[in-house]
Design a protein around this ligand. Structure first.
Ligand code: GLU
Length: 585
């Protein structure tokens, strides 16, 4: 894939000139475009990434510029979650145009992949573990193409300059964080492939010939990643999708000893990031805008909110049994529809407008009773058929991924969720970065009981995601909040619960993020251990629910606009930080 179309503005300036001009442009923009003097803010999953974003924002960079710098750093310091070997969705708020854009950088199945990708010779599905590690599940990465596309539309700082914080950190080294150390320790499969063994482990001082995970505080450098970044900085997407980096990806995928994949250099060259129409729907006095398919995130979250519209949640306390019950019931109905209807809409007919129609949601909400659980929800049907055409997809996704939110000095915002699936994707590295295993988000079974599954593998298709980057607008049509989370298929529940916290309970961003988590994916209510919700189990059981108490590690990062000021939150369950301009390096 070649850089195409117009080059981003200011691209010919040197860094120094660029900074000076940008500072001027930022001031003029503030005066002329209704920009605010409230500064800029970022929330990401790692302090290094937030600092990189702030460095760019302090140069007068846009929200997209800052998100790019942060992503390139996350790829290095949080490789278990996201990176340039993965995919992402980015929602953008353009303050001067009053527009929401949705960018799709989801991974794509190679041209040679078919519905049998995850079937064994006897036609039964492979085990998840057998599918993940190696080349088979690696989808054509979309992050770089998507960031390039968003930068062409909304970038202010030279593309090359956005790579400098990550290159500096890759060459100078970053200290291994407690979470990275814990994740390496938890995912020992990483030591099976030479590329990841050499990078994530050191020789054991106790046992000759053995290795141990990089300790906390170890200064990890990554010269290969720095070289890759330089190529992409200089050549645009061609530095990734063609030449040495593309060849390294294909070699790693195809030459894996136990589980080779099908990706070719032509697949990489053919990858296209897509600009899609955001899904926006009113909730109370706000407009909530989510990402359309191939993620199920926006659609399912908007459905849950739509189903709850008839219930006065603001009159209930957060975490009260009735509030948890109502949100759970609405979630069950939406997750039931998600299972049968949602997949890559470029390949299957996803009835988006029917699922979001007020009439349909009102009808479905009749099954929600404040005093009694409905049990397991069945998918809804539309006028044309008595039964959904597709069988329910049983795939659940795994727990990794990262979310970042940025609001720049002109009031533009980015809400971006990014993932290598994983943790640590396919547990293999090429050219200094982890390769995703996102194709395991497809249904392993192309059909169930002779019914096709909408989310079956097909050449060039994008696997159904749960990622839910969200932008919320207030009743004047101005930005209210940017929010999202990792968490596999629980992402939808985490994000929706936080939206309810912000809107119905008028919580500040941090308090909404801190709410004890509860999730219902059309089964038991999962509630977060070591929280007040544990004391509510009996009352929830009395309403007819089965309840599972467990650790629920959301990773919500968000920024809210409140009374003209920015208010950020970072999930204490992970390592993220909120920074504002004037802070950081
Ligand atoms: N791969 C998942 C998705 O796209 C996300 C995994 C996660 O959040 O851990 O929905």
């Amino acid at each position: 894939m070649r850089p195409s179309g117009s080059r981003p503005r200011f691209t010919r300036f040197t860094s120094f000139t660029c900074r000076a001009v940008l500072a001027l442009v930022a001031l003029v923009a503030l005066a002329s475009c209704g920009g605010s003097d409230r500064g800029a803010m970022v929330s990401t999953a790692n302090p290094h990434a937030s600092e990189a974003a702030i460095e760019i924002l302090n140069m007068g960079g846009s929200a997209v510029d800052a998100a790019i710098a942060a992503q390139l750093v996350l790829s290095l310091v949080e490789p278990q979650s996201s990176g340039i070997g993965g995919g992402a969705f980015l929602m953008h708020w353009d303050a001067s145009a009053g527009e929401v854009d949705a960018y799709d950088g989801r991974e794509m199945a190679p041209a040679a992949a078919g519905p049998d990708l995850f079937l064994k010779a006897d036609g039964t599905p492979m085990s998840f573990f057998d599918a993940v590690i190696g080349g088979r599940a690696v989808g054509v990465p979309g992050v770089i193409a998507m960031l390039w596309r968003a930068h062409q539309d909304h970038g202010l700082v030279d593309w090359e300059d956005l790579f400098q914080p990550a290159i500096r950190l890759a060459e100078g080294g970053f200290k291994v964080s407690p979470r990275l150390n814990a994740m390496i320790s938890a995912f020992n499969g990483l030591s099976q492939h030479a590329s990841t063994r050499n990078y994530f482990y050191i020789d054991s001082i106790e046992v000759a010939g053995a290795v141990e995970p990089l300790p906390v505080g170890y200064l990890r450098t990554n010269a290969e990643y720095a070289e890759t970044l330089r190529r992409i900085a200089e050549n645009g997407p061609a530095g990734f999708y063609e030449g040495k980096v593309a060849q390294a990806i294909v070699a790693t995928v195809r030459e894996h000893e136990k589980n080779p994949g099908l990706m070719t250099v032509d697949d990489l060259k053919a990858y296209e990031a897509k600009k899609r129409t955001a899904l926006c729907r009113p909730y109370r006095l706000y407009q909530v805008c989510g990402m359309p398919p191939p993620t199920s995130g926006g659609l399912t979250s908007l459905m849950i909110l739509g189903l709850l519209e008839g219930f006065d949640l603001s009159g209930l306390r957060p975490g009260s049994p009735v509030a948890v019950h109502l949100i759970s019931e609405a979630s069950k109905l939406a997750y039931a529809d998600r299972a049968v209807y949602m997949a890559d809409a470029d390949f299957v007919n996803v009835p988006v407008s029917q699922l979001l129609s007020a009439r349909y949601l009102k009808f479905r909400a009749l099954d929600i009773h404040p005093g009694q659980s409905m049990g397991k929800a069945k998918p809804g049907t539309f006028n044309t058929s008595r039964e959904p055409k597709h069988a329910a997809d049983l795939s659940q996704g795994r727990l990794s991924t990262s979310h970042l939110a940025v609001v720049d000095g002109n009031g533009n915002a980015v809400s971006m969720t990014t993932s290598v699936e994983g943790p640590f994707g396919a547990h293999v590295m090429a050219a200094g970065f982890i390769l995703n295993n996102q194709l395991t988000d497809f249904s392993f079974q192309p059909s169930i009981n002779d019914k096709p599954v909408a989310n079956a593998v097909a050449p060039g298709k994008r696997p159904r995601s749960s990622m839910s980057p969200t932008l919320i607008l207030d009743d004047d049509g101005d930005l209210f909040a940017a929010i999202g989370s990792p968490g596999g298929s629980r992402i939808i529940a985490y994000v929706t619960q936080t939206i309810i916290g912000l809107i119905d309970w008028q919580l500040d961003m941090q308090s909404a993020i801190d709410l004890p988590r509860h999730v219902n994916r059309n089964g038991p209510i999962e509630i977060e251990d070591q929280t007040d919700l544990v004391g509510r189990v009996k009352e929830l059981e009395a309403l007819g629910h089965k309840v599972d108490v467990k650790s629920l590690v959301s990773g919500l990062h968000g920024v809210r606009v409140h009374d003209g000021a920015l208010d950020g939150g970072a999930d204490k369950r992970r390592e993220g930080v909120v920074l504002t301009t004037g802070q950081g390096q």
